[in-house]
Design a protein around this ligand. Structure first.
Ligand code: PEP
Ligand code: MN
Length: 356
């Protein structure tokens, strides 16, 4: 990290940038009101920080030994993030640092009628953002892979329905991007690009998605530590995109495993992530539990833990859903969850005060 003096000239800044680039790294230049900071992106061992520190206009040059720093609370002030929490703005929705934001919708987009009806009902229940998978990551190649698997024309049609439903009921939309070949297509139709748990480690996909400049929803892999989630989030930030929403969705259960819950929701991840980074964090209690009857309680627990929002799979008739029916709530149940979470949010704000 290279901190420039307040009176550093543009020439001083460019000299540092050139040295960073000549060493084979990229330079992320953050221009604050009074001070410019240059964050090298790449292998910092290739940089001679002692030499950089002696250059004209340089106040401080030091190697930061952390797998993530662009998103780190500790270095936030150097990288132009003065606020304690970042708010990601998606259309009229503000996610982070305020009322919980509810993302709801089916696991998969199955028909125009299905997504339009669900959009209408989740909106009435109080949801803010519409979800719906077009490309589904599945453990079995024999299972329904989403409409996107039937070819580009079908994928485009499903994406168009999702967007149409979002527009009709005034909600931004989010869908998962499962591979690099889908990035452009998905970016043309959605407001938030979602990277699923199974792809959290795909750094090329992360960078590609980040470069679209749209907000990114990154889910924690079910075998990943919190540190890994943060380290891989840094790949998005390194592309200059800090409109990142992190999502806890459960990790692999211990022992015999899935007898009671599909995954184990790690709600301690919420306050830990908040203490490490200024990025917003949401919870997905649907995949986290795999059971409809647990979604209410785990949603409340998530908000009590400080989550900035929830992602809840919802269907007017879960039994009819091609994917994940057992974990879907109905729009009526969603409404109860949203009301309870709103009360809990107010209570938390009152009891936690500035620390919330
Ligand atoms: C999803 O949200 O549609 C999904 C498949 O979740 P995850 O990646 O967390 O399994
Ligand atoms: Mn699902």
């Amino acid at each position: 990290m290279i901190v420039m003096k307040t009176d550093a000239t543009e020439e001083d800044i460019q000299r540092v940038v050139s040295i960073v680039e000549e060493s084979g790294l990229r330079a992320s230049v953050i221009r604050g009101e009074y001070q410019t900071v240059i964050g090298p992106v790449g292998d910092e061992r290739r940089l001679d920080f002692d030499r950089l520190a002696t250059l004209s206009g340089v106040k401080e040059a030091a190697r930061v030994e952390a797998p993530y720093k662009l998103i780190s609370r500790e270095y936030a002030r150097f990288f132009g993030e003065p606020g304690a929490h970042r708010t990601v703005i998606i259309g009229d929705v503000r996610l982070g640092n305020g009322e919980p934001v509810i993302i709801a919708g089916p696991c998969a987009v199955e028909s125009r009628h299905q997504i339009m009806r669900i959009a209408e009902e989740v909106k009435q229940a109080g949801a803010h953002i519409l979800r719906g998978g077009v490309f589904k990551p599945r453990s079995s190649v024999h299972a329904f892979q989403g409409m996107g698997a039937r070819g580009t024309a079908n994928a485009e049609e499903a994406l168009t329905w999702l967007k149409e439903a979002g527009t009709a009921f005034d909600m931004p939309v989010v869908t998962e991007v499962r591979g690099e070949s889908m990035v452009d297509l998905v970016a043309r139709h959605v407001d938030i690009m979602h990277i699923g748990a199974r792809n959290m480690y795909d750094q090329d996909l992360l960078a590609d998605v980040a470069r679209k400049g749209k907000p990114v929803l990154l889910k924690r892999h079910f075998g990943a530590s919190i540190e890994e989630l943060l380290a891989f989030s840094e790949y998005v930030a390194a592309e200059g995109n800090k409109d990142l929403i992190l999502c806890e969705r459960g990790i692999v259960p211990v022992g015999k495993g899935k007898n009671y819950t599909r995954y184990t929701l790690d709600l301690s991840a919420v306050p830990v992530i908040h203490s490490e980074t200024y990025l917003p964090v949401i919870v997905d209690p649907s995949h986290g539990t795999g059971r409809r009857e647990l979604v209410f309680d785990m949603s409340c627990a998530s908000i009590a833990a400080g989550a900035d929002g929830l992602m809840i799979e919802t269907h007017y008739d879960p039994a009819e859903a091609l994917v994940d029916g057992p974990q879907m709530v109905t729009p009526d149940e969603l409404k109860e969850i949203i009301e309870a979470c709103s009360t809990l949010y107010t209570l938390r704000k009152k009891t936690r005060g500035a620390a919330a």
